[in-house]
Design a protein around this ligand. Structure first.
Ligand code: NDP
Ligand code: PYC
Length: 355
């Protein structure tokens, strides 16, 4: 670990993982769940997706402390239909349940050509790209989507109804990392606004309105008011689709219901997630390689004019982080150490009260 005069701390990926795992174990998560959650958080920080990196540990610990998250969740994978897998996350964090369901979902996609994986009853705080990327690394194309809490006003409205509802896609590429995009259907992720609030910086215009429905660039006001969708009515409709497919279709909570279930506790959203996994070989048979090559033509036509592919920044950040470690604000590092120390003090006190 090293500190710099610029008030930042640099950690190796191993140190970042140990810090995360210790914070999660200290919060009371089982070893298996802490492992799965630490992995997704460190992956976010490693790829410089700051809104879903180490800062999320604070929210995870809080979510466990509220008593809502099941710290010893035991996800159960259910073979629901020839092309449908469901996993009941047992009110633990989604990543743990997702990991358990990967093998059956991949097997079904290979058999049927297309498989749906529904995660139910999960607390969800993470980025979706690690999940679609996992499937693309096995040669599949994949889509993922999930609701959140009702923080976002529909286009033309001022009251929060929709979640920030991310949508992610991955496409496998021969001898290259997959093509991946992953974004909220709100104009930005709520995590970005929370990072602005922590840093005391202003938002770009067009992201949110305050409680009176007036546009604001003040992060605290935006968090109290409503976020806006990206692309106006287009983001609004996509967001509603996410509510329907990753909520109603899989028998789980809408963002509105997740917010009600939270009842002011401030825990991570609790709902479901839907993934669709496509087996290219099953779709294309002997034409697989030709069509992968046609896809490469598309990517070439994008990058040769100077545009970049989504995920390119992330892959570059990944290389950097592997070499130099990850850099976070010193305030965040101090908050995380304080989180671990608080847990240690609480458990010391509990032991001395018992003896
Ligand atoms: P952004 O608006 O930053 O968009 C991210 C996507 O767009 C990435 O795939 C990114 O690639 C790509 N991108 C950005 N700029 C360009 C460009 N100039 N050219 C091409 N591609 C570009 O993300 P959001 O703030 O909307 O979301 C951030 C994260 O928050 C997501 O990972 C999402 O899953 C997560 N999230 C999770 C929620 C949950 O409920 N679990 C809710 C909402 C969001 P690259 O990464 O390479 O820059
Ligand atoms: O950043 O919008 C967000 C978010 C919601 C749940 C997890 N991340």
């Amino acid at each position: 670990m090293s500190t710099s005069p610029g008030d930042t701390v640099t950690l190796s990926l191993e140190e970042a993982f140990d810090l995360s795992r210790n914070a999660l174990l200290g919060a009371g998560l089982s070893a298996e769940q802490a492992q799965a959650v630490a992995e997704v958080i460190v992956a976010g920080q490693r790829d410089e997706c700051h809104s879903h990196g180490l800062y999320r540990l604070i929210g995870c610990a809080h979510s466990v402390r509220t008593g809502k998250v099941n710290p010893v969740a035991n996800p159960v994978v259910v073979d629901t239909a020839p092309s449908i897998v469901k996993v009941d996350a047992d009110f633990g964090f989604s990543s743990f349940a997702f990991n358990k369901a990967i093998p059956l979902a991949a097997e079904k996609a290979r058999q049927q050509g297309l498989a749906a994986l529904a995660i139910n009853n999960c607390f969800h705080f993470s980025a979706l790209w690690p999940e679609v990327e996992t499937f693309a690394q096995q040669g599949f194309a994949a889509i993922a989507m999930t609701p959140s809490h009702s923080w976002v006003a529909p286009a033309g409205g001022t009251k929060p109804v929709l979640g920030t509802n991310p949508f992610a896609f991955a496409w496998p590429r021969p001898q290259r990392p997959p093509f991946v995009f992953d974004f909220a259907t709100s104009a930005t992720a709520r995590g970005e606004i929370e990072l602005h609030r922590r840093a005391g910086t202003s938002l770009q215009p067009g992201l949110a309105i305050d409680e009176r429905g007036i546009p604001t660039t003040n992060a605290a006001e935006a968090l109290k008011g409503a976020m806006l969708t990206f692309g106006g009515h287009k983001g609004s409709a996509l967001s509603a689709m996410v509510e329907l497919l990753a909520g109603s279709l899989i028998g789980d909570m809408l963002s509105l219901e997740s917010q009600e279930f939270d009842a002011g506790a401030g825990a991570a959203p609790c709902h479901g997630e839907l993934l669709l996994i496509f087996d290219l070989a099953k779709f294309l048979g002997g034409a697989l390689n030709d069509n992968l090559a046609r896809a490469e033509r598309l990517f070439d036509a994008i990058v040769t004019q100077g545009a970049r592919l989504p995920s390119q920044r992330r892959y570059e950040a990944r290389q950097r982080s592997r070499k130099y470690g990850v850099t976070i604000p010193k305030k965040l590092y101090d908050d995380l150490v304080a989180l671990i120390n608080d847990h240690l003090e609480t458990s010391d006190r509990a032991i001395s009260e018992r003896t």
